[in-house]
Ligand binder design. Structure first.
Ligand code: CMP
Length: 233
C-alpha cells in the first residue's frame, strides 16, 4: 500500500518558509526556529501511505507541512475508529517520542504529505535551548486531552444521530460565508469517526438533508442550520 518516503534535507530558504507557515511555530523567535530547522529532516509520503503503526516502537515527532493524515486505532478485523484528521500546522508522534512507549495509534496519509521530522534527541536539544518549544507541545497535548474528553462524552451519552451531528459541527469551518465540512470524507470515514455502520450514517445524512439542516454536494457538506436535531424525524 505504501512506498518508502522520500527523504531529504530541504534548503534553508524552503525550510524557513515552511516553518513560518506552520501555526505551531509562529510563536517562536527566529533563533528558536533556526534551532528546529537545523535538526529536522523532511520526508514526503504518497497518498494512503502508512506513516506510523499502532503498537510499534518509534521516537520521532512529525510536523505536517503539507497534506492531511488520519489518526486511527483498529482491530484485527480491519474495523477502525478515526480519532482525528490532522492538516498543515499540526503534529503527531509526540506521545511515543516523549514517553518511549509504543505508538498509541496508526497514522496514514489521506493525500500526498510532507513532514518535518524531529527525533527524540533532536527534540530534547531544542527544548533545552528553547523551553518555549516544550511549553507549546504541552499546550497542544492538553487541548488533545480536552477534545478526547469531549469525544468520550459524545460516544457514551449520545446516540448515533447525535454523534453524527456533533461530528459534522466539529469538522465544519466557515468557507466563503458558508459553514462547510470540506474534508473529502467518505461516509465510511464518517462512520469510523462515530463508531457506526456506513448504512446508518447514510440514513442520518439523508434525513438531515431531507429536513433542510444540511445540503450534500459531491465533495462537501454544507450546514444550513447549526441547530442540528438530536434524533431521526
Ligand atoms: P504516538 O503515540 O507517538 O503515535 C500515534 C500518534 O497519534 C500519537 O503519538 C499522537 O500524536 C496521535 N494521537 C493519538 N491519539 C490522538 C487523539 N485522540 N487526537 C489527536 N492525535 C492523537
Amino acid at each position: 500500500m505504501s512506498s518508502p518516503p522520500k527523504q531529504q534535507r530541504p534548503n534553508i530558504g524552503e525550510r524557513t518558509m515552511t516553518l513560518k507557515a506552520v501555526p505551531f511555530f509562529t510563536q517562536l523567535s527566529d533563533h528558536e526556529l533556526d534551532l528546529v530547522r537545523a535538526v529536522a529532516t523532511e520526508k514526503t509520503y504518497p497518498k494512503n501511505a502508512v506513516v506510523l503503526t499502532e503498537g510499534e516502537a518509534g521516537d520521532s515527532l512529525y510536523m505536517i507541512q503539507a497534506g492531511k493524515v488520519k489518526v486511527f486505532i483498529g482491530d484485527e478485523e480491519g474495523r477502525e475508529i478515526i480519532l482525528k484528521i490532522l492538516g498543515p500546522g499540526s503534529f503527531f508522534g509526540e506521545m511515543s517520542m516523549i514517553d518511549k512507549q509504543p505508538r498509541s495509534a496508526s497514522v496514514t496519509t489521506l493525500e500526498t504529505s510532507t513532514f518535518l521530522v524531529l527525533q527524540h534527541a533532536a527534540f530534547e536539544k531544542c527544548v533545552e535551548q528553547a523551553p518555549t518549544i516544550g511549553n507549546m507541545v504541552m499546550q497542544i497535548l492538553a487541548q488533545r486531552v480536552r477534545e478526547a474528553d469531549r469525544k468520550i462524552g459524545t460516544l457514551a451519552l449520545m446516540d448515533v444521530y447525535g454523534r453524527v451531528a456533533s461530528t459534522l459541527l466539529e469538522l465544519a469551518v466557515y468557507t466563503n460565508g458558508k459553514l462547510m465540512v470540506g474534508e473529502k470524507l467518505s461516509q465510511q470515514d464518517l462512520a469510523n469517526m462515530v463508531g457506526a455502520s456506513r448504512e446508518m450514517v447514510n440514513r442520518i445524512l439523508k434525513d438531515l438533508s431531507d429536513r433542510g439542516f444540511i445540503s450534500i454536494e459531491s465533495k462537501s457538506i454544507t450546514i444550513i442550520n447549526r441547530e442540528l436535531p438530536p434524533s431521526l424525524s
